[in-house]
Write a protein that binds this ligand. Structure first.
Ligand code: MCN
Length: 782
């Protein structure tokens, strides 16, 4: 019997294509007659559009058309939507302002688009955009979330005082009582810094319109092409769903930022019909900074109540969440159901109460970014727990251990029911790998050299594989969060798997194929994973929330079950055996009580020729579909330990040791999972030490709008990560898997900042811990 591929570090099938320069990204494609789009963008944070003079742009050589918000409105193109309804405490629905793809009356952030120039060349389009003359009346602007409710700036009439919702979760009275009777209360002011996603490939789109068939095609950098088609059809009303095809070819990373349906893509497809030619747009990096949905941006006041023995009795938090100038596609769910539902962390906390004020500001929209709500929750919980240990003078590992949930399933006070885990095991293993026992000696050595050393933990939990559909529907989701798959066995025995999950760096073409090759007993080379085209794949909810293994692969698994069942029935008839008398293993159908055998490809051919069975009883062909909705979220968890060394003279913080021990349930491909963890940790370190989207409070300009000012982590900012795993197979899906794609970004910021504050010996320190801030803190202390 061949060794199973699931569980092996199979090299990524897709990498040959990528490393030989044969990846095909949206910007690589050129359509016959293609034109180029350049957007006219607001230089102001907030302004009324008094007039738009497009005449000078029309005269620019090579300009094909100039279109404005008024044209869009005249064509009945509706605004972009936010697909998750949140109700405020008082039961009122969230207050959502209109989000037109081109602004016609008001611009609400620097970079907001109000017109598009279509040119024969990129240069002509850009020159045309420069020539559009806009007369603005500048309005008061608000940039910081904590100022939104009191500012004279008012972004949308629908949302007085810029409040989108005042939401809450948990038991307020019980939590108050826990704090009233607490032996210790630990309080922290916490800022979760705004991040700019920075996928390697910027957003891009090509809109096409076929006059003969009346069909639109949008080729774009999307993580979920079917959802894009649904929104563009049902809500934005570009075209009926069956006349709209969305293709997401190779996509160079997204980290959440390509889930959303953006103005530029919408405009390209609408404009294609207007100009009668394909319209292409590719963001330059400055546009990406200004218009990609940003992440995080929370300001919180949090507190933890403990009894005299160090048992946590309550947690409360008030958070102001900045959603930017418009509500992006899933923005409302991020600081609510993806955030407050995780505030129990790995701990048995009897009472939790969270309040969230979501506000508009004159900044780029904020939506899901790797982790989406869960890094923010982990940061609140893990900073509080670490600070509690310091105030109680307890070992932070011991305080955690004392409060860990020990028995499963565990119902938290904030909706989530954790299915399985062993938090003590990952903490123990991580402490061993990180050599926590040797830390005191290393700290003493560092001190001799005038350096400050600190150690920080993050024992995190996340919920991913977001679902089941009924549950998320009851919480306000506008869509079901199942996934679909089709397993298409060809007559020659090769296999195409059409999946609604989209791969843009996660290695699905390999891990999904590993499962299929194992289950059908066929060589992995004969398995093709097809995704990213609404004309090929039946439907799909796409890739986000680390759901593709738990939900997408489970759908494939279900479809494979059906294929094997049917193939067994066909094999039985062909081998003239009674039904149920055929076994299937390792690609061979064999008689249970006879020595008759057929290999997989023989049965596939038999299924298609249909010569040997009654096609009225068994349909010819071998192709099965499954729509899979999981029973529960999956709950990956683990322990990350970071050790830093701070140079007091320069303020530089060096990560000298980073250990991650995670529980992702059954692991399909350890190499890919490790890669996912590495990437996530690097992003988490970026948030903790380097990255910050800063808007100037006077002018509303994004000060960190380029790589000169926005520091991305580089290889020498990180260290060799020590990655380990503990495994509790997930009971909520047939494969036992839990998601791994976001864990690093969720755990790392808290681990790093717990280490930085430990080294500095201070309580509150806002991310990013830049050398200047660290230098000031280190030298103020000394
Ligand atoms: N896997 C596995 N065993 C497990 C769990 C997962 O082998 N127990 C494999 C999966 O089969 C898949 C990969 O690991 O090949 C990631 O799986 P999963 O955790 O299900 O996450 P998704 O595939 O749904 O990817 C989404 C996730 C998210 S939400 C963000 S954000 C993110 C991330 O993936 N963005 C990424 N990783 C990224 N990696 C790259 N290179 N680029 C991005 O934009």
């Amino acid at each position: 019997m061949a060794a199973p591929l699931v569980g092996q570090s199979v090299k990524r099938k897709e990498d040959f294509r990528f490393i030989t320069g044969n990846g095909r990204y949206t910007d690589d494609l050129t359509k016959p007659g293609q034109t180029y789009a350049a957007f006219v963008r607001s230089p102001h944070a907030h302004a009324r559009i008094k007039s738009v003079d497009i005449a000078p742009a029309r005269k620019v050589p090579g300009v094909v058309a100039v279109l404005t918000g008024a044209d869009l409105e005249a064509d009945g193109v509706k605004g972009l939507i936010c697909g998750w309804m949140i109700h405020s405490k008082d039961g009122s629905p969230m207050r959502m302002g209109n989000h037109p793809a081109l602004a016609s009356s008001r611009v609400r952030h620097v970079g907001d688009q109000l017109a598009v120039v279509i040119g024969e060349t990129m240069a002509a389009a850009a020159a045309g955009a420069e020539a559009v003359a806009v007369d603005y009346e500048v309005l008061p602007a608000v940039l910081a979330p904590e100022d939104a409710q009191t500012s004279p700036a008012q972004l949308h009439d629908e949302a007085p005082h810029n409040v989108i919702y005042n939401w809450h979760l948990g038991d307020e009275a019980k939590t108050k009582a826990a704090f009233a009777s607490a032996a210790h209360v630990v309080e922290l002011d916490i800022v979760n810094n705004r991040l700019v996603p920075n996928a390697m490939e910027p957003r891009a789109a090509i809109g096409e319109y076929d006059q003969g068939s009346g069909t639109f095609t949008l080729t774009t950098t999307s993580q979920n092409p079917h959802v894009a088609r649904l929104v563009l059809s049902a809500f934005v009303q570009i075209a009926p769903e069956h006349k709209l095809r969305v293709i997401a070819p190779d996509v160079g990373g997204g980290f959440g930022s390509k889930i959303f349906i953006y103005p530029e893509e919408t405009v390209c497809i609408w404009a294609a019909k207007k100009v009668g030619r394909p319209v292409k747009w590719t963001a330059d990096r400055s546009e990406s900074f200004l218009t990609d949905a940003h992440g995080r941006d929370h300001v919180s006041k949090a507190a933890l109540a403990l009894d005299a023995s160090g048992r946590i009795t309550g947690l409360k938090v008030h958070t102001i969440a900045n959603l930017g100038a418009y509500m992006s596609t899933f923005s409302s769910s991020v600081p609510t159901y993806l955030y407050a539902t995780l505030l129990s962390g790995q701990y048995d906390i009897p009472a939790i109460y969270a309040e969230v004020d979501a506000v508009y500001t004159n900044t780029s929209p904020v939506d899901a970014y790797r982790g989406a709500g869960r890094p923010e929750a982990t940061y609140v919980v893990e900073r509080l727990v670490e600070e509690a240990a310091r105030q109680l003078k307890m070992d932070p590992a011991e305080l955690r251990r004392r409060n860990f949930i020990q028995t499963f399933p565990h119902q938290t006070p904030v909706i989530m029911a954790y299915d399985i885990g062993d938090y003590g095991a990952s903490l123990k293993e991580a402490m061993k790998v990180a050599d926590v026992a040797g830390f005191a000696a290393r700290k003493a050595d560092a001190a001799k050299k005038g350096k400050l050393r600190g150690l920080g933990y993050a024992t995190y939990i996340e919920a991913c594989g977001i679902a089941p559909s009924q549950a998320v529907g009851s919480l306000g989701a506008g869509v079901g969060l199942w996934e679909s798959a089709e397993v298409r066995v060809n007559p020659t025995g090769s296999v195409e798997v059409l999946t609604g999950s989209h791969s843009h760096g996660q290695g699905h073409e390999t891990t999904f194929a590993q499962l299929v090759a194992d289950r059908l007993g066929v060589p992995i080379e004969t398995v093709e994973i097809v995704h990213g085209d609404t004309d090929k794949v039946q439907f799909g909810m796409g890739t986000y929330g680390s759901r593709s293994a738990a939900v997408g692969m489970s759908a494939i698994s279900r479809a494979l079950d059906k294929v094997v069942d049917k193939a067994k029935r066909i094999a039985a008839v062909v081998m003239e055996l009674p039904p149920g008398e055929v076994s299937f293993a390792d690609g061979v159908f064999a008689g249970i009580h006879s020595n008759k055998r057929m290999v997989f490809a023989e049965v596939a051919l038999a299924a298609y020729v249909g010569h040997k069975f009654n096609t009225q009883e068994i349909e010819p062909g071998l192709k099965e579909t499954a729509f899979y909705d999981p029973l529960n979220f999956t709950f990956p968890a683990g322990c990350h330990i970071c050790e830093v060394e701070i140079d007091k003279d320069t303020g530089a913080t060096r990560i000298v040791n980073f250990t991650a021990v995670d529980d992702f349930g059954t692991v399909i491909n350890p190499m890919i999972v490790e890669g996912q963890v590495h990437g996530g940790i690097a992003q988490g370190i970026g948030q903790a030490l380097l990255e910050h989207g800063i808007y100037d409070r006077e002018t509303g300009q994004l000060l960190t709008g380029s790589y000169n000012d926005y520091a991305m982590p580089r290889a020498d900012d990180v260290t060799d990560f020590k990655v380990g795993m503990t495994i509790t197979p997930c009971p909520s899906n047939p494969l036992g898997v839990k998601g791994c794609g976001e864990a690093g970004a969720i755990a790392a910021p808290a681990a790093v900042m717990n280490a930085v504050t430990d080294a500095l010996g201070i309580k509150t320190f806002d991310m990013p811990a830049t050398p200047e801030k660290v230098w000031r803190a280190a030298n103020a202390r000394a």
